[in-house]
Design a protein around this ligand. Structure first.
Ligand code: CP
Length: 305
């Protein structure tokens, strides 16, 4: 592949290849000297039209650990504010001859469109409610390292499924690797015909979480909701928030995951977020490793001198 746009395009062998590379990177990242020269002489641009802490920071660190030159484009102080379009912005940056552009955008499909207008590699760092491929890969790596396998595990993804690119990408990757995937949400936060995404659908959290090996909580994406459709956060927590009582229905060694950013007391209780079963910090650590693996894999397909 020249680009990484969607998990739908990844086969199980390709996912396992990336997870193996990322496993090595994760071990190396725990050593004092983390630097390799895989991307020496290459330039990576981070182009984020939406806010990010984890994804942007970890792409920057991953690229620097592989010796790339990194430029973070600050959209809020760019000529986008003067009305320059996404495509004109991308074509302008492409003229500066980067090798890889990492893009986050609020519109589903925007990153793929951009990839058709530039001649460097493009990585999707999240496009609307569509895809967030590196998030699903880092989640898979976190599960694989904690459980030793993914095949046969029951993974319950809970919360705002309707607006979640994380849920869509995870369903693709987890299904490809042989997990049983459940989604749990109120009917107002499910897409139409949710079965077509390839997961069992539950509107009762108590049932959906029962005997799960992994419980993955999602944030309510209030910024993508219209006024009257915004649920009461207190009511949401009562029915769909992960607390100790609901977690007790999952397997005794179930992992608790959250892609971040978390809203404590809305989709997850603080006691659960900080519980010994929580691997939320490991997810962040694996984020750097997975992004190093994706960059290394793409680097093999970049034009050589
Ligand atoms: N999980 C995730 O994408 O986090 P950020 O929005 O902070 O990048």
């Amino acid at each position: 592949h020249r680009n990484l746009l969607s998990c739908e395009e990844l086969s199980a062998p390709e996912i396992n290849f990336l997870l193996d590379l990322a496993d090595d990177a994760a071990d190396r990242n725990r050593k004092i000297n983390k630097k390799r020269d895989v991307l020496s002489g290459r330039t990576l641009i981070n182009l984020f039209f939406e806010a990010s802490t984890r994804t942007q920071a970890s792409f920057e660190l991953a690229a620097k650990r592989l010796s790339a030159d990194v430029m973070n484009m600050t959209v809020s102080s760019s000529s986008v504010q003067k009305g320059e379009t996404l495509i004109d912005t991308a074509v302008t940056l492409n003229a500066m001859r980067p090798d890889i552009i990492v893009v986050r955008h609020h519109a589903a499909g925007a990153v793929e469109l951009l990839s058709q207008k530039v001649d460097c590699s493009v990585i999707n760092a999240g496009d609307g409610a569509h895809q967030h491929p590196t998030q699903a890969l880092l989640d898979a790596l976190t599960i694989r390292r904690a459980k030793g396998r993914i095949s046969g595990l029951t993974v319950a993804i809970c919360g705002d499924i309707l607006h979640s690119r994380v849920a869509r990408s995870n369903i693709n990757v987890l299904n490809a690797l042989g997990a049983n995937v459940r989604v749990i949400a109120p009917s107002t936060l499910l897409p139409s015909a949710p079965e077509r995404f390839g997961a069992e659908v539950y509107t009762d959290m108590w049932k959906g979480i029962t005997d799960a090996d992994v419980v993955m909580m999602l944030r309510l994406q209030i910024e993508r909701m219209q006024g009257s459709h915004i649920p009461s956060t207190r009511e949401f927590f009562h029915f769909f928030g992960l607390d100790q009582e609901k977690l007790a229905r999952a397997k005794p060694d179930a992992l608790v995951m959250h892609p971040g950013p978390m809203n404590r007391g809305v989709e997850i209780a603080s006691t659960v977020a900080d519980h010994s079963r929580s691997v939320i910090r490991e997810q962040v650590e694996m984020g750097v490793a997975v992004r190093m693996a994706v960059l290394e894999a793409l680097a093999r397909n970049l034009p050589q001198a």
